[in-house]
Design a binder for this molecule. Structure first.
Ligand code: SF4
Length: 178
């Protein structure tokens, strides 16, 4: 039986220091998030974004199948006009390594909601069937209709809308475990 400490040491080994355990039933799923994905987000239609993700009610049911998970928060000082893509790729790879290591401990349900929508390829065909890296592509919490702000605040972590640029930006990943 794996202990939380073993999982935490995997998370820390990848360099993540800002994380918190969550009961996935407490993840806030909201229709407004899906509306904002659909209208106003330039990533709409990418391979791991709506409309290639489950419906909002299916997402809600999906989270209820889990008993534990970890929220991992990333922070980076960045200019929104020069997004730190290299850093983002590095973080995605570390999160995928974390997912794999936790799975290999025997947690067969382990699934990562990545800190960003999938941008692994320069050109994305925009559907699941033609995805060029099906093994690595993961959806973001937002593409699964997670109200990230409310979820984070409910577990006592801090997150705010960024109004200045450049500024510290936050990215949030959710590692669902069992
Ligand atoms: S791996 Fe590439 S093709 Fe697949 S969803 Fe991500 S960006 Fe699109």
């Amino acid at each position: 039986m794996t202990t939380k400490k073993e999982i935490e040491s995997i998370i820390q080994r990848q360099g993540f220091a800002d994380y918190k355990w969550i009961n996935p039933k407490d993840i806030v799923v909201a229709r407004w998030v899906r509306v904002k994905c659909t209208f106003g987000c330039s990533d709409y239609g990418l391979g791991t974004c709506p409309p290639n993700t489950p419906t909002v009610s299916e997402c809600e049911k999906f989270f209820k199948e889990y008993k534990s998970g970890v929220i991992i928060k990333l922070t980076k000082f960045a200019d929104k006009n020069a997004y730190p893509s290299e850093w983002s790729r590095e973080m995605t790879n570390k999160l995928l390594e974390t997912e794999k290591a936790v799975f290999l401990l025997g947690h067969q349900k382990t699934f990562l909601l990545n800190q960003t929508c999938c941008t692994l390829c320069k050109e994305c065909p925009g559907n699941r069937s033609d995805c060029k890296d099906k093994k690595k592509s993961r959806p973001s919490p937002e593409s699964f209709a997670v109200d990230v702000y409310q979820t984070i605040r409910n577990i006592g972590m801090d997150i705010n809308v960024i109004s200045e640029n450049p500024s510290e930006i936050n990215r949030v990943a959710i590692l669902l475990i069992n």
